[in-house]
Design a binder for this molecule. Structure first.
Ligand code: FES
Length: 104
């Protein structure tokens, strides 16, 4: 956890179709934000730790994302991966009046 949390407004939550992810450049970090079909929001680093697959293009559901390249899975809450030693950074994201707020 960083001790200098900063909050960024990423714009309308509607830019992410339900059940999908979208990649945002926040400062110098590429962040994947996911919007599950049930409306829950998650954010992780955008690149898969395996071979840099674009996680925002993965299949999202049940609190997990499946990398589009080789199908490794990552828990969106904890960042824990399905393969030993692989995990992703996770970030706090929420919706306020239809806008996405991300904390780095
Ligand atoms: S790059 Fe993501 S599983 Fe290989």
């Amino acid at each position: 956890m960083s001790n200098s949390n900063q909050t960024f407004n990423l714009g309308s939550v509607e830019k992410i179709p339900l059940g999908q992810g979208r990649c945002y450049l926040v400062g110098t970090e590429e962040i994947a934000v996911f919007r599950q079909r049930d409306g829950r929001l998650f954010a992780t680093q955008s690149r898969c730790p395996h071979k840099q697959g674009p996680l925002a293009e993965g299949i999202v559901g049940g609190g997990k994302v499946i990398c589009p390249l080789h199908a490794h899975k990552f828990d969106l809450q904890s960042g824990t991966g399905s393969e030993t030693g692989e995990c992703v950074k996770v970030f706090a994201v929420c919706e306020l009046r239809g806008e996405l707020l991300l904390s780095l």
